[in-house]
Design a protein around this ligand. Structure first.
Ligand code: DGL
Length: 277
């Protein structure tokens, strides 16, 4: 592992682009390789065994092909289902995961009612249940498995049709109960799937402008920078082109569109390559 190697970033599809955006801002001197596994998505509505097998296959392939120096699991579902297994199998590689930001939410909520939007697999995981149990009490968390929402966001990246995503946002946010800053209302919403920050403005509008939205993307980017710094793995020289390589196990059309829409600078024109894994 050398400091000039790229950082691997991984999600089932385009959701990790919300984390990649924060990583590019926090680590401007680094090269990245982003892997989307859209041929095997959505992860959030399948079994743990599938998510573990896919995450391991992607990680092994990025190590072989790119000799990555760190692996950012930019997917709450994959972190919850596979994070521990990956760390056990790759003890020499820095692996950074993402989890629903319940702790930060407890620090900002005033009504002590917090909504959590995430996938079914994330909410059912032992890792999430432990976190939830540890922090519940002073704060009440209202959990919502947002079936279909990540897939709708994938489709929308390509078609620009917002109606289906908006209907699901209305359905899932509506099911949480009253939102606002009055006593008894949910005043904080945790975006516990990396796809959701890509439509944060519309979730915010549906929820109420008085509600805090919590997206851990920037915290994950800072954490990644701290780990690379501590291990002496920050790139010593400015990155050679390309700054970003894009891989997708599916046709990659949504990923290409998402990158063009949400990233800036040279990363925006990254060329997409097939990823047979
Ligand atoms: N982006 C993933 C997450 O953060 C989930 C998407 C999926 O269901 O595949 O949980």
């Amino acid at each position: 592992m050398t400091s000039s190697a790229p950082i691997g970033v991984f999600d089932s599809g385009i959701g990790g682009v919300s984390v990649l955006r924060a990583l590019l801002a926090a680590l401007p001197g680094e090269r990245f390789v982003y892997a989307g596994d859209s041929a095997h998505a959505p992860y959030g509505e399948q079994g743990d065994a599938h998510v573990i097998a896919r995450s391991e296959a992607v990680l092994a392939s990025l190590r072989r092909r790119y000799g990555i120096k760190a692996f950012v699991i930019a997917c709450n579902t994959a972190t919850a289902a596979a994070g521990r297994t990956l760390r056990e199998r790759h003890p020499d590689l820095p692996i950074i995961g993402i989890e629903p930001a319940l702790k930060p939410a407890t620090l900002v909520t005033r009504t002590k009612r917090v909504g959590v939007m995430a996938t079914r697999v994330t909410l059912a995981s032992q890792k999430f249940r432990d976190l939830h149990e540890r922090l519940s009490g002073p704060v009440e968390f209202i959990l919502r498995a947002c079936d279909g929402l990540a897939s709708a966001i994938e489709r929308e990246a390509l078609t620009e049709q917002q109606a289906q995503t908006d209907a699901l946002i209305n359905q899932h946010v509506g099911a949480l109960g009253p939102l606002g800053d009055a006593p008894g209302q949910i005043d904080t919403l945790v975006l516990g799937c990396t796809h959701y920050p890509l439509v944060a403005a519309r979730i915010q509008r549906q929820a109420s402008l008085k509600v805090n939205l919590i997206d851990p993307g920037e915290a994950v980017a800072r954490h990644t920078r701290d780990i690379l710094t501590a291990k002496g793995l920050l790139a010593a020289a400015p990155p050679s082109e390309p700054v970003l390589e894009l891989l997708d196990s599916g046709d990659g059309q949504s990923l290409g569109a998402a990158v063009a829409k949400w990233l800036e600078g040279p990363a925006r024109s990254a060329v997409l390559q097939p990823f047979s894994v």
